[in-house]
Design a protein around this ligand. Structure first.
Ligand SMILES: Cc1cc2nc3c(=O)[nH]c(=O)nc-3n(C[C@H](O)[C@H](O)[C@H](O)COP(=O)(O)OP(=O)(O)OC[C@H]3O[C@@H](n4cnc5c(N)ncnc54)[C@H](O)[C@@H]3O)c2cc1C
Ligand code: FES
Length: 275
């Protein structure tokens, strides 16, 4: 059982939890994730390891409330225990010194981007981050990214903070003015699709971290399968990172909505138990 030692709201629907997980904290690398359950009947959901503290044996999870399990997690408190947590899972990000790296995060995608961006900076790259959110209240980790990034550009859809516009507007501004050796984009599937189209136009190698539905996290259930370069890949064991220009995003987006009705029924039922 993994004890929650601290909790902080980063925005109205995004919570940061610090969780005891000594073995995971020692072994994890940027880009990896864990699968957690809140209770013995609960579903297993994947969450990126946003940060780790080897000395204290803890990891940081940043969770956006979107449905039953993420809501349950956001309602947990310091002292509560997760039922189980397995990991670290997935392949770590390949970090190297390339020159200038553009790290693009949309919404809660900024959380998984954080350790990857920091690792590229620590490897000696110039790091520019472009952070996108629907509005000011939904923007997370701007200050934390600013602590190590050479430049942070903030885009909000409604113009309530930073520059007005979608994230690709901010990204194109950078691509027009300077040479970039690698782009990393993490966020909603639709955002990653449009970032990939843009960076392909500028011929910039790009990686994305995919957020498919997962069940076992071992490559056996098939829930997380995606088409990459015309081949079937499993996000849990082959990813979660892939060449952004090779993904069939439309198929992935369709598969993400497979259980929409069941998810809604589950969430409505859960919300009733709270009222
Ligand atoms: C490798 C990986 C790392 C992830 N890291 C994080 C993280 O650090 N923080 C975080 O908040 N979320 C992360 N996710 C997404 C998270 O797992 C889902 O949001 C979660 O499973 C939703 O569960 P739920 O029961 O709350 O909602 P559900 O009832 O399952 O879904 C509610 C709504 O969210 C959508 N949804 C469901 N699963 C996903 C998904 N995997 N990605 C995007 N939308 C989804 C559904 O279409 C539905 O509209 C990650 C996913 C993967 C694959
Ligand atoms: S989650 Fe089952 S194969 Fe990836």
């Amino acid at each position: 059982m993994n004890r929650i030692v601290a909790k902080e709201f980063l925005s109205e629907n995004v919570v940061k939890l610090i969780v005891e997980a000594p073995a995971v904290s020692q072994k994890q690398n940027p880009g990896q994730f864990v699968i957690v359950r809140t209770d013995d009947k609960g579903e297993r959901i994947p969450l990126t390891i946003a940060d780790a503290d080897k000395k204290n044996g803890t990891i940081t999870l940043i969770i956006q409330r979107v449905g039953t399990t993420s809501h349950k997690l956001c309602n947990m408190h310091p002292g509560d225990f997760l039922h189980d947590l397995s990991g670290p899972l997935g392949r770590p990000t390949h970090i190297e010194k390339l020159g200038t790296v553009l790290a693009c995060g949309g919404g809660v995608g900024i959380a998984p981007l954080f350790p990857i961006a920091r690792a590229f900076k620590e490897a000696g790259n110039r790091l520019i981050t472009v952070l996108g959110a629907r509005n000011r209240e939904l923007l997370i980790l701007e200050k934390e990214m600013g602590a190590f990034a050479d430049e942070v550009i903030v885009m909000t859809d409604d113009g309530s903070y930073g520059k007005k516009g979608v994230i690709t507007v901010g990204i194109e501004e950078v691509l027009k003015r300077e040479s970039v050796q690698l782009a990393v984009a993490i966020g909603p599937a639709i955002m990653m699709k449009f970032v990939a189209l843009l960076t392909k136009k500028y011929d910039i190698p790009t990686i994305v971290s995919l957020n498919t539905i997962m069940v076992d996290g071992t490559g056996m259930c098939g829930a997380c399968r995606v088409s990459v370069g015309g081949k079937t890949k499993f996000v849990c064991v082959d990813g979660p990172e892939f060449d952004a220009h090779e993904i069939d995003y439309d198929e992935m987006i369709k598969r993400l909505s497979t259980y929409k009705e069941e998810e809604k029924a589950s969430y409505d039922g859960y919300l009733k138990t709270l009222s």
